[in-house]
Ligand binder design. Structure first.
Ligand SMILES: Nc1ncnc2c1ncn2[C@@H]1O[C@H](COP(=O)(O)OP(=O)(O)OP(=O)(O)O)[C@@H](O)[C@H]1O
Length: 345
């Protein structure tokens, strides 16, 4: 068994999204073979995503009958040097955005972060929602991050490192959120917070398409954005504005998630589509974007957001709905990363 034999076998492993085999796509970096072991380094970028886990499993299967141990590693080298990178320890930055307020963007961000962590990933949640910060509510006053003026250690919940703009400005400060101020704080949050090594940093953006969002798009290397909408016409119209903003900045959209998509009545057991149905899916189709899934109206979502744990960590229909979205987000982040490699970006 030599390197060429290994590559020949790996040419039978298909990529579930990109429609070709992993060798042709350039997703096999290094192959080393010695007497006891085969070491393969794969260009996979979305740790713990189901599709990339499946690719790794298929690689193991393809080499299973060689009688040698198989050691896999996965990385996509950054083209920039470490000191040129904005967040060198962070593999993927995922922004969660909505065109208008109140559609459940923060809820989605928290559940995506907790869900990715439950899959096994190292995750941070950065609450940049200056108008309705949610992270401070998840952390008791004593747990607020201490800063010695230089570095800030983020507190943790559900295995997720948490940071909020609010932690820096103080709850009582009537901060005027203008461009330069926002830029300064975002830079500080990125440079001074000890995120450590993260597979995913989920950013809860403020609703809308204003200065803060633009600053973030310009400052941070995003893998992609998740757009949250409810099925109502007005929310969908605003979601389109969000799409346009990301389009202008060449930011990948990982897909559209629909919130408050129907209500399972606990009394009658029926399913009521209070805000209409299918709007998010239709919007995704119209713009040729992935539909990530829909989450119903469920009082457990709100109580989970207030003091309990995110519903994605619980059994049941609504938890399942969030888990589908989490898996689709991770899979689609993987598509963006692997496509980048195979297209030489
Ligand atoms: N699927 C749901 N079922 C029940 N309640 C929900 C659901 N999604 C969100 N909520 C509740 O609706 C309220 C608004 O949600 P959230 O804060 O996530 O919205 P948002 O879009 O981030 O709003 P904003 O950024 O404008 O503050 C919260 O009280 C939240 O708990």
């Amino acid at each position: 068994m030599n390197e060429a034999d290994v590559r020949e076998r790996l040419a039978d492993v298909g990529d579930p999204d990109l429609g070709d085999d992993i060798v042709s796509l350039g997703l096999v970096n290094d192959v080393e073979v010695d007497d006891s072991e085969i070491r393969v380094s794969l260009a996979l970028g979305a740790p713990f995503s189901p599709h990339e886990s499946a690719i790794a499993e298929d690689v193991r299967d393809a080499l299973a009958d060689t009688g040698l141990d198989v050691e896999l590693s996965a990385s996509i080298p950054n083209k920039l040097d470490a000191d040129e990178q904005v967040l060198p320890g962070v593999k993927n930055v995922i922004a969660v955005a909505s065109g208008k307020g109140g559609v459940g963007k923060s809820t989605m961000a928290v559940n995506i972060a907790a869900g990715l962590s439950a899959l096994g990933a190292r995750v941070g949640l950065f609450d940049a929602d200056v108008y309705g910060p949610n992270v401070p509510r998840m952390v008791s006053a004593e747990e607020r991050p201490q800063t010695d003026g230089e570095t800030i250690v983020p507190p943790e919940r559900f295995g997720v490192k948490l940071m909020s703009m609010d932690f820096l400005t103080g709850e009582d400060d009537p901060v005027i959120w203008r461009g330069p101020m926002v830029h300064k704080i975002i830079t500080q949050l990125v440079e001074d917070v000890e995120w450590g090594d993260l597979d995913y940093l989920v950013m809860d953006l403020p609703p809308g398409t204003g200065d803060t969002q633009l600053t973030i798009l310009q400052t941070l290397p995003l893998t992609g954005a998740v757009i949250v909408t409810t099925p109502q016409e007005v929310a969908l119209d605003d979601a389109v504005k969000g799409l346009r903003m990301f389009g202008k900045h060449d930011t990948n959209v990982l897909g559209i998630a629909e919130n408050m998509a129907g209500f399972r009545c606990p009394d009658c057991g029926g399913f009521h589509e209070i805000f209409g149905s299918g709007g998010g899916k239709a919007l995704a189709q119209e713009h040729e974007l992935p539909f990530l899934g829909g989450v119903p109206l469920d009082p457990a979502v709100r109580t989970g957001g207030d003091d309990g744990e995110p519903v994605v960590l619980e059994e049941g229909e609504t938890g399942d709905a969030f888990r589908v979205i989490v898996e689709n987000v991770a899979n689609n982040a993987g598509v963006v990363r692997r496509r980048g490699v195979s297209e030489g970006r």
